[in-house]
Ligand binder design. Sequence first.
Ligand SMILES: Nc1ncnc2c1ncn2[C@@H]1O[C@H](COP(=O)(O)OP(=O)(O)OP(=O)(O)O)[C@@H](O)[C@H]1O
Length: 699
Amino acid sequence: MNGDEEAVNASLPVRAEPVYEAELVDDAPPVPSFVSGRLFWQRSRFVPVAFKSRQALKQAVRDVLVGLARSPFTFAGAVGRGLVVCARAWRRWVRVHDYREAAEQAEKLADKFVEIRALTLFRWKVSGAVAAAAGVVLLVADLVYGSLALWIAGGVGAVALAIAGRRKDGAPGRKAVLAGPRTLTWTMDPQVLVDAFRDAKLIGKDESLRLVERASRVGAGWAITVDLPATRKAADVIKHRDALASALAVDEVQLIVERVRGRGGHAGRVFLWVADEDPYSGPPRRTPLLDVEWWDAWQPVPFGRDARQRRIDLPLVWTSLLIGAIPRQGKTMAARLAAAGLVLDPHTRLYVFDGKGGKDWKAVDDVAHRFVCGDELHHVEQVRDYLVELVAEVQARYARMSALDDEICPESKITPAISRDAGLNMPITAVIIDEVQVFLENPAKIVVGGKKTTLGEYIVDLLAYLARKGPAAGIVVVLATQRPDSQTIPSRLRSVLGSRFALRVMDWRDSNIVLGEQMNTRGYDASALLPRHKGVGILRPDGDTDAGADSLAMTVWTDYLANSEWQEICARGRTLRESARTLSGHAAGDDTARPIDSAAVVKALGTGEQAVDLPEPLASVVRYLGDEIDEREFVPTAELVEALEVEATAFARQMGELGCRPVRHYVSADDGEVKRVRGYLVDQIRAAVTEISSETGPT
Ligand SMILES: Nc1ncnc2c1ncn2[C@@H]1O[C@H](COP(=O)(O)OP(=O)(O)OP(=O)(O)O)[C@@H](O)[C@H]1O
């Protein structure tokens, strides 16, 4: 994934050693005296931060000038507030508010009524007398000294009111610690950051941070790199990003926390970037694909930008992509961006299936080898037939690749040269399915290889095969769904989809379904994205690709591709295919599926291992555990009760009846503390599943 070079360079950490406690890292050798004088000046606690660098001074002068220009308005506002404050205070006083309230609380208001009334009358009289006296004094002063006296009195009164109405600490809320360029607080002392980390409980009271890189402007925000104390992990800062955002008094969308990896990085080094404002507001950006004649599908496809405006490209070959979101968040847009790169490569073959049946994908009609648009039974059957065709194609490709000599095909994997060789007929082939749940949930009963199943289940098996075995043979699977739940996208399909992109979803469970188990506890929860952030999602690139090597996940705002632009790209894709003579299938007017050896396909899928109908709540537990059923040793009861939303006692009884008895087990909590909690041994859950399966057999 290629970032914007300039931004990347600006964010690279500087040398790390030696590092001094709570000071800027500076590993320069002994310096001449005039330089060390400057260093002393910069480090001295007695010199205001604004005088420590030219940049700071310039900013401070700019802030003072802005403050002066605004002062008449600030003063008028303060006088207005002062008037309100004084009027309220006088009203409370004249009505004997405090006494009245105390009497009310003691339920003695009736007893004290006469007394309160007398006091109120007295205070009204005092008020009247003071007002009259003030009036007389002003009149006399006017007569003796002229209107100047009135001006002076008015001025003093206004200043007094402005003081009463000034904004007091805390009234406008906490101020951002690393704030935008117009405030003076940006010239912060490193101690402010240390305090924020302490407040967020990311470091202890006696621990400190080491600043590897001084705070500097990067894009529209402030960047800083810090080293945590040796006992702390950068991953925990990412996990508790919202606590740090609160301590820094900024919205969490404005705070980007990344680990610094590779050379110059380590598990305790954190890069922070605080945006001046919501980085996902403003007009969307058009995709650079509109400016290119064609695209090489082997290159990562331009997908969007991160908060720091760095380009994020998405590798598609040798991986697959799952996109999940609630409706209207930009799923189709994301899928179309991925597709656009492939459309613009004339040596790519496209299978496009749209379960929504609208206009979104209509334009691809002109380039797709197979195209199905709709959610009727015959559409679903067509999708099944084309997927069966592809599974057979994958098998045939493996057979053909093993027959190729080592020079052309060194490791039973497709190469750019193989994919573009018309004679070998193994182009990169993308299966793009929007609203995939329409096909995966189809309940029509069918028999495959002598076993009863549903059309939806069969399509799951076909897609799981393609996502598992297809990438090395040049198959790219892109699935988009508005129902990212474990029933719709079963774990056997999910677990083989390499890259994930989650736009806003309903809750953390759905987010984990798209991004992977436990991703919310690692600080990546797509349910926390804002509804107004259309096209913004969390991208978890395939760990096997370059893009996934450095970061686990990142927030990306996808590029924008209007319908007319999408049509333009598809039209260009057709022209490119016509000149390369690669137009085929549907786009060339041929929709007939190739004859397939369905027995070989069934064998490849291994449909003999069909799932059995497990009784509840075991079925839900197995669904919840997903692939973790093979990885985890123990699952706490509390976790299951919360995730499955069941009643604890009934759940324990039903699990007991199915042969799963709770035990006490040691687990380490998020804060590292080891606790003994009740729960189930996953071994026992697996044993119960095996036993029930052997009793009932596949359905
Ligand atoms: N990157 C983006 N920047 C700005 N707006 C976007 C972006 N992506 C999508 N949108 C807007 O979000 C809205 C929904 O987009 P889209 O149709 O792709 O969503 P969807 O999730 O596929 O919706 P549905 O579930 O109805 O199919 C559209 O109005 C689109 O203009």
